[in-house]
Write a protein that binds this ligand. Structure first.
Ligand SMILES: NC(=O)c1ccc[n+]([C@@H]2O[C@H](COP(=O)([O-])OP(=O)(O)OC[C@H]3O[C@@H](n4cnc5c(N)ncnc54)[C@H](OP(=O)(O)O)[C@@H]3O)[C@@H](O)[C@H]2O)c1
Length: 389
């Protein structure tokens, strides 16, 4: 029996994790849950899963939750401190890190410092602070298992092989809903269109990132830190069907890939029960029915976010944190109808241009750059917003 803590329990990854727990109660028990502000969703999860401690980052929502819960035996914490306390609960064995965005950095680091095994979906902290996270994991003897389907596929394809034999890893990308649209048509993309992912059902931020290819860019940076690979060994291929989740090519020309239906419960459960597999019993992968698998080169002219991520990785220092923060600001502004779809990469590029590199080592320095980039990107929103009709 593994005691599970879920950071971001009210989100898409959180819901899939709880679905696995509910189907395999003899293997997993929920001891802690944390989220942002959805008090009623968390109240329902408390009723169903009976965690000992929960936290909401919004103090107001935590107050609402307390009135909803009445005298149930659960401790309700709030704010960033509350999230970090849930992440480091003494009774937790495995922390599922599934908050969206940079907000997950401190709680995920708290889990690592408390020597919890981490299953990482929340890629943004790895983008912002990959070196620091890996150093802390090393220092505290913590394993970070990937949940992102691409990184889980790479992890699985690397099992039993020597890292020195790897020639490259290839991350697959669905290409999102607009990959075959004309450049001119992208001007008029609406948030509703961007939120319709062809293959995966996910939260709004990652779905938008998939439509700009920034999600793949963030994943390239995540792969660098998770697998300690140079950027030149990390490639991206558009694979519309999302059946091959990623692959590893070795020095003898062998390519090992992991395939499956696009269902996040597969990589989540693999991280939860490693090295065993959970009998999820999805439909068999019917390759006759699928018929063909297609591959294309990403168009970084039409989708500059992927190139911006490679540039940030090459720039080092605070460039990845700057890229991530500017992207979070721009995506939210797009979803709020303040800017156009094509303004997203422009704002990120302008923010990266404004960044003056300096070496980063501490969490405080990373958070300072994150804050600076958010303020700067917000300033760049204004001219775009005024031209928005
Ligand atoms: N969804 C997928 O299939 C998928 C696949 C691979 C990787 N990922 C990664 O996993 C992460 C989560 O994605 P998702 O799709 O599950 O997102 P989501 O559905 O939007 O859920 C986000 C979760 O984060 C919580 N949250 C947001 N802001 C917070 C804050 N300031 N403090 C504490 N909690 C906060 C939300 O709580 P409230 O609901 O209470 O606001 C919610 O529980 C992302 O980093 C994403 O890139 C997701």
């Amino acid at each position: 029996m593994k005691n599970i803590v879920i950071l971001g329990s009210t989100g898409s990854i959180g819901a899939s994790t709880l679905d696995i727990v509910s189907k395999f109660p003899e293997d997993f028990r929920v001891v802690g849950l944390a989220a942002g502000s959805k008090a009623s969703e968390l109240a329902e999860q408390i009723r169903l899963f009976r965690p000992e401690v929960v936290a909401l980052s919004s103090p107001q929502a935590a107050k609402t939750l307390r009135t909803m819960i009445g005298n149930r035996p659960v401790k309700i914490l709030e704010g960033e401190e509350g999230l970090c306390a849930v992440a480091s609960l003494s009774q937790g064995d495995l922390v599922i890190s599934a908050i969206v965005g940079g907000a997950g950095l401190k709680p995920t680091l708290a889990a690592i410092k408390a020597r919890k095994t981490v299953a990482l979906a929340n890629k943004e902290p790895m983008v912002m602070a990959g070196q620091l996270m890996q150093e802390e994991a090393h220092k505290h003897g913590v394993t970070i298992f990937p949940i992102d389907s691409e990184h889980s596929a790479i992890f699985q394809s690397m099992e039993g092989h020597r890292k020195s034999d790897i020639r490259r890893v290839v991350l697959t990308a669905s290409g999102g809903p607009f990959w075959d649209w004309e450049q001119s048509a992208l001007t008029h993309v609406t948030p509703e269109q961007a939120l319709k992912h062809p293959n995966w059902k996910m939260g709004a931020k990652i779905t938008t990132d998939s439509s700009t290819l920034m999600n793949k860019g963030l994943e390239v940076i995540e792969a660098k830190w998770l697998f300690d690979l140079p950027p030149a060994q990390i490639e991206v291929v558009i694979h519309r069907e999302s059946i091959i989740h990623s692959m590893v090519e070795y020095c003898d020309g062998s390519v090992i890939a992991q395939l499956g239906h696009p269902d996040m419960r597969t990589p989540i459960s693999y991280a939860m029960k490693y090295p065993e597999r959970v009998p999820l019993s999805p439909p068999v992968l019917d390759l006759w029915k699928i018929g063909q698998l297609t591959f294309y080169q990403p168009d970084t002219g039409k989708f500059p976010c992927l190139q911006l991520a490679y540039d940030a990785l090459a720039g080092g220092d605070g460039y990845p944190a700057t890229l991530n923060a500017a992207n979070e600001i721009a995506v939210q502004a797009f979803l709020d109808n303040q800017i156009r779809f094509l303004d997203i990469p422009k704002i990120i590029a302008e923010t990266m241009d404004a960044y003056r590199p300096s070496p980063l080592s501490s969490l405080e320095e990373i958070l300072e750059i994150d804050q600076w980039a958010r303020t700067t990107a917000t300033r760049f929103l204004k001219p775009c917003a005024s031209s928005f009709v």
